[in-house]
Ligand binder design. Structure first.
Ligand SMILES: Nc1ncnc2c1ncn2[C@@H]1O[C@H](COP(=O)(O)OP(=O)(O)OP(=O)(O)O)[C@@H](O)[C@H]1O
Length: 272
């Protein structure tokens, strides 16, 4: 039986993004690891995207391109207001690019595309906005996790599928020791982030987008989230926007700098 796609949590559209603090950058650079795209590998590709919000005269993004191989970790850094979050929103399908495309491209042994690019559908993308815990709506962890799920009567098979996905998501973010009837707002900062990640992982996204995943956490919670992302990276393709370059650097396979005016350039991280 075909599995109906799970709807994205209604929370997504309502999460506002306050500006993060800018972390000073050190003047030494880390080299990006070389990537070999081999037989039947696929890449998430943003191709020459331009974005001008409806009714405005200014392009927030100008000819942005990204290629991120499956199960790799990409990081976008750059000054506040340069357009990083805007780009994540476009990749997640929350707004439409004015021109350009977002797709999945498969490559053959020779490194050349071996079929036509497939448009990246929003159902395959999970996004966790900055400070996601500010937008928790439920009284307990379980309700928070299933907030966006279909409420109509569903088949036993669908219920079983959702339950197994839920179990897997809870385990993969290390929430299994937490009672499901606990108030999400009583969790520690690090566990709130785990919960926000689990909400997205239930849908088994092919691509996970994270906007400032370490912002506002204490050092212990930051270290926990970095450790968790290292584990998730084995299963998922992850694209992060962050100012916390030093802590995330060990995970990063590819990095880009967003210049003011929405111009993106592939560039090594400016950290030792
Ligand atoms: N719908 C819109 N209409 C006009 N301007 C917008 C719109 N959305 C965002 N902007 C502006 O676009 C610029 C880029 O915003 P964006 O949030 O993408 O930057 P950012 O690089 O993620 O910044 P930060 O690091 O502070 O989160 C900002 O100047 C913002 O005010």
């Amino acid at each position: 039986m075909a599995t109906p796609p799970l709807t994205l949590s209604p929370l997504l559209g309502s999460r506002n993004i306050p500006p993060p603090t800018l972390v000073s950058m050190k003047p030494c650079f880390r080299t990006n690891r070389a990537f070999k795209v081999s037989c039947d590998d696929s890449c998430f590709e943003v191709r020459n995207i331009t974005y001008r919000p409806p009714g405005t005269e200014i392009n927030l993004l100008n000819g942005v391109s990204i290629s991120l191989p499956e199960k790799s970790f990409g990081l976008i850094f750059g000054r506040s207001g340069s357009g990083k979050t805007t780009l994540l929103q476009l990749i997640a399908g929350l707004s439409k690019p004015t021109s350009g495309s977002i797709c999945v491209q498969r490559y053959g042994n020779d490194g050349k595309p071996n079929q036509s690019p497939e448009q990246l559908s929003p159902e395959r993308v999970g996004i966790v906005f900055q400070f996601p815990e500010r937008y928790f709506v439920a009284d307990n962890v379980l309700e928070e996790l299933i907030f966006g799920w279909p409420r109509q009567r569903s088949s036993i098979q669908l219920k079983e599928l959702l339950a197994s996905r839920l179990q897997r998501a809870i385990t993969s973010v290390g929430l299994h020791g937490i009672p499901l009837d606990k108030d999400p707002n009583s969790l520690s900062g690090g566990y709130k982030r785990r919960l926000a990640l689990a909400i997205q992982l239930v849908q088994i996204p092919a691509l996970l987008l994270l906007d400032e995943p370490l912002a506002g956490l204490d050092w212990k919670a930051r270290a926990d989230v970095v450790k968790l992302l290292k584990v998730l990276k084995k299963e998922l393709t992850i694209l992060v926007v962050s100012h916390d370059l030093k802590e995330l650097a060990p995970l990063v396979d590819r990095s880009w700098k967003m210049e003011m005016g929405g111009v993106l350039k592939e560039e090594p991280l400016p950290v030792c």
